[in-house]
Design a protein around this ligand. Structure first.
Ligand SMILES: *[C@@H]1O[C@H](CO)[C@@H](O)[C@H](O)[C@H]1NC(C)=O
Ligand SMILES: *[C@@H]1O[C@H](CO)[C@@H](O)[C@H](O)[C@H]1NC(C)=O
Ligand SMILES: *[C@@H]1O[C@H](CO)[C@@H](O)[C@H](O)[C@H]1NC(C)=O
Ligand SMILES: *[C@@H]1O[C@H](CO)[C@@H](O)[C@H](O)[C@H]1NC(C)=O
Length: 965
């Protein structure tokens, strides 16, 4: 006892002699930051003002238990080198120093000691020399961005050891030499079986790609090798990359034939092979039914007629094949492809007639046949977009010689720029400021370049498209509406889209450091996802804070450091003793109560039956989860989103489940997590995805759902789910989803607003029963505010209720709006925003009361259902959808009314809606009323259409099986 008292006394002195709160930061971390400050100019001004980075929240630093776990300083104008002392921050898991062009020099090999690192972002600095092979020691690394620096030398083979790496970006450096593959004794990039992105573009990499580089275990989706000096044949093994979406091998020196295995890449959206030395004939690409963008220009292929896939690839959007040796007739059906925008087949020897007289695709904008051998033309007079025929014999004909299409001069187009029209003639701003389109006053914007590496479109005038980009930016970066200004849109010669972007503060004329860190970091680590049509991107911010502050002035003296170290050492001893003492005195009960809200359920102890509200959901240990997903292997991954990944798993009892694993940063507090589980386990309905259980163990949060085998509605609409959806099936799906939603609104207690209804959140089982998933964004409607809930706007672009967006007043009617958009998707199979067109507006403009056949929607309706449509039901279905997307929420029907209407439509079509598989809404709702109410506040990041392929959530009743830990 006397020892205790003496130690406590010592502790007291220690605390008194050093500033309070000192204990918050580990002394080794303090010393490491001191080294950084000595090496850098322009560190944030609140660095070094005291000696406790964690306790007093130095800008850019996040701590956990007194250890610095995250260091983010993008766009801070940092100047200097990264010292070896960085390795002292041994608990660091996140390091982002991007967009500091004066930070550079060699990258210290000691960075390989930061074993906890999951994210390393050094993009847009001026690092030189080799990429240190010690980076291969970072076994936890998930995200690596070294792009836009001045690295030279080879890519070290040790990076193949990064078994958790997902994002691998070394683009735009001066790297050279071949890509390493593994051998008996050395690792290579072929070992990276969990990596989705190889962004190696714009370096000086050379040599042949070895067959061994790719294998069927890999899950690459983006392979960007363009702008290098690779030689030799394209390896046949590229055909093993089952998930590949974008393949850019253009601007290299690849030779030989294109391997036939490329036709195995059925998920491919973009194929860029231009500017190589490829020969022979191009394989038949007909099987690549998802191809949007094909560029085969400037190779040395054998002369051949137009291949068959010119007429069959219905998803084709851009076709470039200049200097392709193409000859003979131009297939007329090419121009009828429904999504085609650009055809550039210049410098070939097509002859005969160019027939564009009828059946032109609705989006056709550019047709370039310059320098061919066309002798006759037949062009519909309604076609008024770009047509270039200079250099064809037909232009020698006096009848056409003066036609616009025989002139080189093309239409002058002005690319999109954010409109400032509503600001009237506001006076000019000082040079360092700009006019904010949000406030119409001068302010200091945070500027940067957004660079899209493989966009799917070429039209820079499309205001709907770029406005969708703006609103995606301001929504997801949590800025005020219109606080984004886009300008200077242009394509570089290699097809990269550059956009100058300015962000404006919603609270004043400038941002503070933590706001810049938040915005810069969300853009560099890809938390913000561009609309899918924009493809992969990177962001480089401009330095925001003017230089001038200097590291030296804010340094702590060595004396202080020494003092701190001693004090901390003493503190540590003191705390250990006191901690042991406390532990012995009070045991685990108190601890369980304060740190584990699940304790009362018996999780980690015994089920004492005191938690009746959990009947149904099972508790799983982390080890169980790990085992049943094969250690969360990439092969088991079935979806991903802002919250983390979704894995398929098989439980020991054989049940197949989908496991939603929250990642760092999207975890909820334990109490919120508990509340969510209580909620989900009470909600059950056969049109809602059921909750099997959850895992709250070893710092992880996971929700375990029943596995729905047939994928999302979206997948099935675009033919990826393998089911043919005729009109009746679509009606059945609409009815099921509507019933699920009606249950949430009308019968769940408390009622739940889903907030993110979309086709990727509607899953289909083997009987085509629709199951609504992911109440991740759900919001309870509390009685006190019945009617509407005011909250931060969340949801998915394209489905978002405009009234909710404007007023931030959330009600059930917002779900009704989103559901209306899904109904339009069921009719058209189009995404809500596709090629810059918004489906609601398109349908509204196209509806023609007098069109007996298709109600004016013949161009919008999915051809797959055209034949089977009976007019009466179809017309009523469209009308119902349009009622759901009424501008004003009060004019929209309730979900119950929607259910009844769809039932009537189906009865008129001769289908019973009261069979076992589709009972009337009123009778089959489980009773969820009577349970206690809980305030509920979720913390799920907004996610976008592109990212949440499978987002599971929901509720279901299983037997209680709460196990001791
Ligand atoms: C670094 O690279 C950039 C472009 O990648 C180049 O403009 C610059 O000159 C390079 N700097 C050095 C020091 O090599
Ligand atoms: C392509 O797919 C076929 C059949 O699916 C398979 O036999 C062949 O091995 C694959 N080839 C390559 C190189 O992936
Ligand atoms: C093909 O080469 C021509 C002439 O060098 C060039 O103008 C054109 O941009 C190239 N096309 C593509 C798609 O690379
Ligand atoms: C078009 O070109 C093909 C192949 O070069 C040739 O066989 C055919 O006779 C040509 N047709 C016309 C009308 O010139």
């Amino acid at each position: 006892m006397a020892t205790h008292r003496r130690l406590l006394l010592l502790l007291f002195f220690c605390l008194a002699s050093v500033r309070a709160g000192l204990a918050d930061t580990n002394s080794q971390d303090v010393a490491a930051l001191q080294a950084l400050m000595n090496n850098w100019q322009n560190v944030p001004p609140n660095w070094g003002q005291n000696s406790d980075p964690c306790g007093s929240q130095w800008d850019g630093i996040i701590c956990t238990n007194g250890r610095i776990t995250s260091l983010r300083l993008p766009s801070m104008s940092l100047k200097g080198q990264l010292p070896a002392d960085i390795a002292q921050l041994s608990a660091l898991n996140y390091l982002d120093l991007s967009s500091n062009p004066d930070l550079g020099g060699p990258l210290t090999p000691s960075i390989g000691n930061l074993k906890q690192l999951t994210t390393l972002i050094l993009a847009g600095c001026s690092f030189t020399g080799n990429i240190p092979q010690e980076l291969g020691n970072l076994g936890q690394l998930y995200f690596l961005a070294l792009n836009s620096n001045n690295f030279t030398g080879r890519i070290p083979g040790t990076l193949g050891l990064l078994s958790n790496l997902n994002w691998f970006d070394v683009a735009e450096n001066q790297l050279s030499g071949p890509l390493p593959v593994s051998s008996n004794s050395t690792p290579g990039l072929d070992l990276l079986v969990n990596t989705q992105h190889f962004h190696f573009n714009k370096n000086q990499l050379s040599g042949q790609l070895q067959e061994k580089l790719f294998n069927s275990k890999m899950i690459l989706i983006h392979l960007l090798f363009d702008g290098n000096k690779f030689t030799g044949p394209i390896p046949t093994s590229v055909g093993l990359l089952q998930k590949l979406q974008i393949l850019r091998l253009d601007k290299n020196q690849f030779s030989g034939n294109i391997p036939a295995s490329i036709t195995n890449l059925t998920t491919l959206n973009e194929l860029h092979l231009a500017g190589n030395e490829l020969q022979g004939t191009v394989p038949d690409l007909s099987a690549l039914t998802n191809l949007n963008y094909v560029d085969l220009s400037n190779n040395t292929f054998d002369s051949s007629p137009a291949p068959p896939w010119f007429s069959t690839l219905t998803s084709l959007n851009a076709l470039f094949w200049q200097r392709g040796g193409l000859t003979g007739k131009i297939p007329t059906s090419l121009f009828a492809l429904p999504q085609l925008q650009q055809v550039v087949l210049a410098t070939n020897t097509f002859n005969g007639t160019l027939n564009m007289s009828s059946n032109l695709g609705p989006d056709l904008q550019t047709v370039d046949f310059q320098d061919n051998a066309i002798t006759q033309i037949d062009i519909a007079s309604s076609y008024s977009n770009t047509l270039i025929l200079v250099g064809n014999p037909v232009c020698l004909d006096s009848q056409y010689a003066n036609g616009l299409f025989c002139q080189l001069k093309q239409k002058v187009v002005t690319p999109y720029t954010t409109s400032l029209a509503k600001c009237g003639n506001s006076s000019a701003c000082p040079v360092d400021q700009s006019l904010s389109p949000q406030s119409c006053s001068c302010a200091y914007p945070y500027q940067g370049s957004l660079v899209f590496r493989a966009p799917l479109f070429a039209d820079l005038t499309n205001s709907t498209l770029f406005q969708s980009l703006e609103s995606s930016l301001w929504t997801k970066l949590e800025l005020a509406p219109n606080a984004v200004y886009l300008s200077d849109l242009h394509f570089s010669s290699d097809g990269y889209l550059y956009i100058q972007v300015e962000f404006f503060s919603s609270t004043g004329t400038s941002f503070n450091r933590s706001e810049i860190i938040r915005i810069g970091s969300d853009l560099t680590n890809q938390i913000w996802k561009a609309p899918p049509i924009f493809g992969p991107y990177y962001f480089l911010g401009y330095p925001y804070f003017s230089t001038g502050g200097s590291g030296g002035s804010s340094s702590m003296s060595t004396g202080v450091i020494a003092g701190i170290s001693v004090a901390c050492a003493l503190l540590l001893i003191g705390l250990v003793v006191v901690g042991l003492y406390a532990l012995r005195q009070r045991k685990a009960r108190r601890e369980a109560k304060t740190t584990n809200p699940f304790a009362s359920w018996g999780v980690g102890g015994k089920d004492d039956g005191s938690a009746p509200q959990l009947k149904g959901a099972r508790w799983f240990s982390f080890d169980e989860m790990k085992k049943c997903t094969n250690n969360f292997s990439g092969n088991n991954e079935i979806g991903a989103g802002g919250y983390g990944n979704v894995y398929k798993g098989v439980l020991t009892n054989g049940q197949i489940v989908a496991i939603k694993r929250a990642q760092q940063g999207s975890m909820q507090g334990a109490l919120e997590f508990k509340t969510e589980i209580e909620l989900l386990s009470r909600v059950h309905h056969k049109n809602l995805v059921g909750l099997v259980g959850f895992c709250f163990d070893q710092g992880e949060q996971m929700l375990v759902y029943e596995y729905i085998p047939n994928g999302t509605l979206r997948d099935n609409l675009i033919g990826k789910g393998g089911m043919h959806l005729d009109w009746m099936k679509r009606l059945k799906i609409a009815l099921g989803a509507a019933r699920g939603l009606a249950y949430l609104h009308e019968l769940a207690d408390p009622p739940i607003i889903h907030r993110d209804i979309k086709s990727t959140n509607i899953l289909l089982d083997e009987n085509l029963n629709a199951k609504v998933a992911d109440f991740g964004l759900s919001k309870l409607v509390l009685d006190s505010q019945k009617g509407h809930v005011s909250t931060q706007v969340k949801g998915t672009l394209g489905y978002l209720d405009p009234e909710y967006y404007m007023t931030k007043q959330l009600s059930e009617k917002s779900d009704v709006y989103s559901f209306g958009v899904v109904m339009l998707e069921l009719i058209s199979s189009r995404l809500p925003i596709e090629k810059g067109k918004y489906i609601v507006r398109e349908v509204r403009m196209a509806i023609d009361q007098y069109d007996q056949e298709y109600y004016g929607l013949q161009d919008i309706i999915d051809p797959l259902i055209k034949i089977s449509v009976k007019l009466v039901g179809f017309r009523r279905f469209v009308q119902l959808a349009m009622e759901c997307v009424e501008e004003s929420a009060s004019n929209r029907p309730t979900m119950n009314e929607v259910v009844k209407e769809i039932e009537i439509i189906m009865q008129n079509e001769g289908v019973s809606t009261t069979s076992n598989s589709a009972q009337s809404s009123a009778t089959e709702f489980g009773n969820a009323r009577g349970a206690p109410r809980h305030p509920y506040e979720e913390q799920v990041p907004i996610r976008d259409e592109g990212s949440s392929a499978f987002a599971y959530s929901g509720g279901y009743s299983y037997e209680v099986n709460v196990e001791p830990k």
